[in-house]
Ligand binder design. Structure first.
Ligand SMILES: [Fe+2]
Length: 364
């Protein structure tokens, strides 16, 4: 690659508006996923135990290789009796079992899972997956590794120390308690309109929020979705639940980057066209339907995975046959944190930055 000679790129008088160039919607049909599962299962057992493929969009490039620019999706298979070697990385994950079951050990916690269960992995927690059943285990994993790779900060550790071996540096602890290491002026307001100053030791020691792995068993989630469905016409909103991880606070996430929602769409329900800067992908596991994305009509059915709403693409979804159940992943919490979650719920009305402006009721 030729390197740029000057750091200056003249933009004088030039528009900074970007032409819309979203990745188009993309469906990976059940048949293709099944063939890949079969191929992975037929490979000789790899050293790290991970029978795994990334599921990348045709437009995806290195670094990243996501199904959306900031979302990596991988398909993982474990045969009965197999386990993956311990691993950790700086990405946070949403894990989703689409076939079989087993358990995961993450940060010293054991999570027993079955088909359609969801669980999250905090960043840099050591984990391994185990198949202690006599069926094939198949998982989808959604992570922000694509984004971290583009930032050049994806750090993965194929041979991490076990949880107990890791001990905090003693010298650091001493610094924390030495009164001379503390700026006596603390954090204080500088100007009347609310600009503040913060000392270094506070800057590098932010308030910690414990990040834990949580498990959302499908059996239990479905019970609550069914209760929403049973409300019939008394409830005009969407029949969905966010699999909420309380550590994400006001950004309403399952991980600091993504939300995962479980949705039930009764047959015949069509949502209104809308758009948002967060990218959305759906895995359907019941029913059949179609989406219109930037004017393109895309059909889908149970067992398909789809980039259903590329960031800022106008879209709507329609359930056409049978009750649709779907897991949706969106990089919405990240966009709320970045103050970039531009959302237009009604295309005749102006867009709003959600998280710093009021949101919406429902779009059903
Ligand atoms: Fe949407």
């Amino acid at each position: 690659m030729t390197e740029r000679e000057s750091p200056f790129i003249d933009r004088t008088g030039k528009s900074l508006e970007r032409p819309q160039d979203q990745w188009p919607p993309y469906v990976i049909p059940k048949e293709a996923i099944d063939l890949e599962i079969e191929r992975l299962a037929d490979l000789p057992a790899p050293n790290n135990g991970r029978r795994e493929s990334f599921i990348a969009h045709p437009r995806a490039k290195e670094p990243g290789l996501g199904l959306a620019p900031g979302i990596r999706v991988s398909l993982s298979v474990l045969k009965p009796g197999e386990r993956t070697k311990s691993f950790r990385h700086t990405a946070t994950e949403v894990n989703f079992c689409i076939q079989g079951g087993g358990y995961t050990e993450v940060g010293g916690k054991r999570i027993d899972f079955k088909q359609y269960d969801v669980w999250n992995h905090p960043s840099y927690h050591v984990y391994s997956h185990v198949n202690d059943t006599d069926e094939l285990q198949v998982r989808l994993c959604y992570s922000d590794a694509a984004l971290l790779e583009m930032m050049g900060i994806y750090i993965a550790d194929e041979d991490p120390p076990s949880v107990k071996e890791e001990e905090r540096d003693y010298a650091d602890e001493k610094n924390r308690t030495d009164p001379r290491a503390k700026n006596p002026f603390g954090t204080f307001q500088l100007t009347d309109d609310g600009a503040w100053l913060m000392p270094y030791e506070t800057l590098i020691n932010p308030e910690t929020v414990e990040s834990k792995a949580h498990h959302w068993p499908w059996e239990q989630v479905k019970e609550h979705l069914d209760k929403l469905s049973a409300l019939g016409k008394d409830y005009v909103g969407r029949r969905l639940y966010l699999l909420y991880n309380p550590m994400t606070g006001r950004t309403n996430g399952t991980t600091p980057n993504f939300f995962a929602t479980m949705t039930c769409r009764p047959e015949g329900i069509v949502d209104r066209p809308h758009r948002h800067t967060s990218a959305a992908m759906n895995y359907y596991f019941s029913g059949r339907g179609q989406s219109t994305v930037e004017g393109e009509i895309v059909e889908w059915k149970a067992g398909d995975l789809m980039l259903s709403a590329p960031g800022w693409a106008i879209h709507n979804h329609a359930a056409k046959e049978g009750t649709v159940y779907e897991l949706t992943i969106q990089d919405q919490p990240l966009n709320i944190a970045m103050e970039s979650l531009l959302w237009q719920e009604d295309l005749k009305l102006p867009a709003a930055i959600l998280g710093s402006e009021a949101g919406f009721g429902t779009n059903r």
